[in-house]
Write a protein that binds this ligand. Structure first.
Ligand SMILES: *[C@@H]1O[C@H](CO)[C@@H](O)[C@H](O)[C@H]1NC(C)=O
Ligand SMILES: *[C@@H]1O[C@H](CO)[C@@H](O)[C@H](O)[C@H]1NC(C)=O
Ligand SMILES: *[C@@H]1O[C@H](CO)[C@@H](O)[C@H](O)[C@H]1NC(C)=O
Ligand SMILES: *[C@@H]1O[C@H](CO)[C@@H](O)[C@H](O)[C@H]1NC(C)=O
Ligand SMILES: *[C@@H]1O[C@H](CO)[C@@H](O)[C@H](O)[C@H]1NC(C)=O
Ligand SMILES: *[C@@H]1O[C@H](CO)[C@@H](O)[C@H](O)[C@H]1NC(C)=O
Ligand SMILES: *[C@@H]1O[C@H](CO)[C@@H](O)[C@H](O)[C@H]1NC(C)=O
Ligand SMILES: *[C@@H]1O[C@H](CO)[C@@H](O)[C@H](O)[C@H]1NC(C)=O
Length: 536
């Protein structure tokens, strides 16, 4: 009897690992398209994005390249959807991206076996990294109209009644509050896609379908030891569907609500733990794209985010911030100015939410709109000496250093202490970020009187690895050479034996140790220890 109770306690150990919003708050996410990231045997097949066909990336390939990701300081990855997709060519090519589900109960064998996916999770967990998977709930895909429900899909989707009645969403349906109401019912219940590639809209009002999806996410998270979920096309499903969904998932979930209005996106944070920060992405891109951009628009939108998001109160883990993703033209393809790119790239790492970097940005990839923005990373040779690889590494290090010096770093909302259309100074103690959009031929001057440091404190700009000394009032007066961003932290928060600005560091603290809760392995070991002790 006693043994039984103890054994069930041991069997419950995997639950220890279920990663909550708080666990995710300190994380930094590397987003990758599995088909385009790395091959199993390390080969570099040609990959013309315009062909829209599978190029050969696999989960085993990802495992082989985890050092590359981890060495930049990322401690989580987001992989493209894992389930079986439509096979063969369609009017829009092959389903290499994973967003055309045919059978949610099987894995996409182009990427490997179910065991390969489990190995990816376990290899990540050995490194104390997290696995986030992308899931599509709103629709299944079909190669013809109407879909051949019975032959195409498994139960319950083999029946037409598991889908909303077919009608296609059109541009006039989308709301633009407060000025334009659109028709949210049609956004939720009509279909995406078109008659040559319809995306059959699952009937998320039907109890059988609801039960299917809630069980499915529970089992998927459990089968593959998933730590977090990125949810596709969230605005196309009624909001209150998501409460039960995220409860069934039991791990942090971030929803894609593609819209530019905080008043439209914010309410979804009452139903899901987090949303991708699309409202701030629009002014982020336009603000840093040229010296004519307006950074005040980013500031205004962000303040709105802070004051209206969250299920009662704002916390950083209700947003995940990004500069690029698989749906949008790459930032680096729209300007050649490396200083502008570095400034824009810094934003996701200095704001309150969880930063995401889309694979290839670090290699200076420039692909335009889909499908050009889904380049094969192996064509870069995974170079680690590229300026933007170093930049990503510095930005991740700054975040971890700040957190090692202030245990409240992640949960303390940032303050803007200087804002003009061309400059923003962001204070998130003890990090001070100085961003500008004047470009590589400029030398922005910064005088931040109340930066919050102690008198004459030794500081480091991690972007340039330059030493800075606070003035007698703890303020900072600096010039940003080459128009680059400056991301400043105390020298004492950087590790002397770390990989970023080590020669200027005066700290000995391991930011890893400060950040970590228990790793899954440690927790499992401890549970085993308790069991053995109790049985002895
Ligand atoms: C896939 O089909 C499209 C049109 O349906 C065609 O243009 C394209 O060449 C085909 N691609 C391949 C690789 O067969
Ligand atoms: C979009 O849908 C609405 C509502 O069904 C319809 O009135 C309108 O004609 C459609 N517009 C287009 C361009 O198809
Ligand atoms: C929105 O679309 C639904 C479904 O087509 C329709 O019943 C409803 O009347 C529309 N609402 C408005 C305000 O047009
Ligand atoms: C989870 O694994 C079980 C046992 O192998 C299997 O029956 C089930 O289909 C899997 N579910 C999902 C959603 O992967
Ligand atoms: C959002 O986009 C719409 C349509 O492009 C535009 O009219 C509106 O001004 C934008 N809103 C914000 C807050 O940028
Ligand atoms: C928001 O709060 C309600 C009421 O406490 C709770 O049921 C719901 O799960 C919460 N939603 C999120 C996303 O945390
Ligand atoms: C910049 O954006 C702010 C906030 O949206 C706006 O008030 C201001 O007029 C804009 N300035 C310029 C020069 O466009
Ligand atoms: C500093 O960082 C290095 C590399 O991350 C780590 O190995 C070392 O343990 C850290 N130093 C201390 C004193 O924790």
């Amino acid at each position: 009897m006693r043994t039984q109770v103890l054994l069930s306690a041991l069997l419950a150990v995997p639950a220890v690992r279920a990663a909550s919003a708080t666990d995710w708050q300190s994380r930094s996410i590397y987003q990758l398209v599995t088909d385009r990231f790395a091959t199993t045997d390390g080969s570099s097949p040609s990959c013309d994005t315009s062909n829209r066909v599978y190029c050969g990336g696999t989960w085993q390939g990802v495992i082989n390249k985890l050092d590359y990701i981890q060495n930049m300081g990322f401690d989580a990855i987001w992989v493209s959807p894992i389930v079986k997709n439509l096979e063969g060519n369609t009017t829009e090519g092959e389903a290499f991206h994973g967003y055309w589900t045919q059978d949610p109960t099987s894995v996409n064998e182009h990427f490997g076996s179910a065991d390969d996916l489990k190995s990816l999770a376990s290899e990540l967990h050995k490194r104390d990294m997290y696995l986030m998977i992308d899931v599509v709930i709103n629709h299944l895909a079909a190669p013809s109209d109407p879909p051949s429900y019975t032959s195409l899909y498994p139960s319950p989707f083999s029946s037409q009644s598991s889908f909303h009645t077919e009608c296609f969403i059109n541009a006039t349906d989308y709301p633009n509050p407060p000025s334009y109401a659109g028709n949210q019912t049609r956004v939720e219940q009509c279909w995406l896609g078109d008659s040559s590639l319809p995306l059959a809209d699952t009937n998320t009002e039907d109890q059988t379908v609801i039960n299917f999806w809630y069980d499915w996410i529970h089992n998927t998270v459990s089968n593959y030891s998933v730590d977090g979920v990125r949810i596709d096309t969230v605005k196309h499903v009624r909001q209150d569907f998501w409460t039960g969904f995220k409860d069934s998932a039991g791990v942090w979930a971030v929803g894609e609500v593609l819209a530019n209005e905080t008043v439209y996106v914010g309410p979804y944070t009452k139903f899901l733990p987090a949303v991708l920060d699309y409202p701030d992405w629009f002014p982020l891109v336009s603000g840093f794209m040229t010296p004519q951009g307006n950074l005040s628009a980013l500031v205004e939108t962000y303040k709105d985010t802070q004051s209206t998001y969250g299920n009662g109160s704002f916390s950083g883990n209700v947003i995940a911030s990004f500069l690029e993703n698989h749906d949008q033209p790459r930032f680096g393809g729209q300007t050649n100015d490396q200083a502008l790119i570095k400034n824009a790239m810094a934003w996701p790492f200095v704001q309150d939410g969880i930063p995401i970097l889309y694979y290839g940005q670090e290699q200076g990839y420039q692909g335009g709109a889909d499908p050009a923005n889904r380049e094969a990373l192996w064509l870069s040779g995974y170079a680690t000496d590229k300026p933007l690889v170093k930049h990503a590494q510095a930005l991740n290090a700054a975040r971890k250093a700040a957190a090692s010096a202030n245990s409240q770093f992640y949960s303390t909302p940032l303050k803007f202490i200087e804002t003009t259309t061309a400059h923003i100074a962001v204070s998130k103690p003890p990090m001070l970020a100085l961003l500008s959009n004047e470009g590589a031929s400029s030398s922005p001057q910064w005088t931040v009187a109340s930066a919050g440091y102690s008198a004459n404190e030794a500081l480091v700009d991690v972007v340039s690895c330059t030493k800075i000394t606070a003035d007698s009032n703890g303020g900072v007066s600096v010039t940003a050479s080459g128009g680059n961003p400056m991301v400043i932290v105390p020298a004492s928060s950087l590790n002397k034996t770390g990989s970023v600005c080590a020669s200027l560091a005066t700290g000995t603290q391991s930011s890893d140790a400060a950040r970590l809760g228990w790793s899954s392995a440690a927790a499992a070991l401890f549970a085993t220890f308790l069991l053995v002790k109790a049985l002895a």
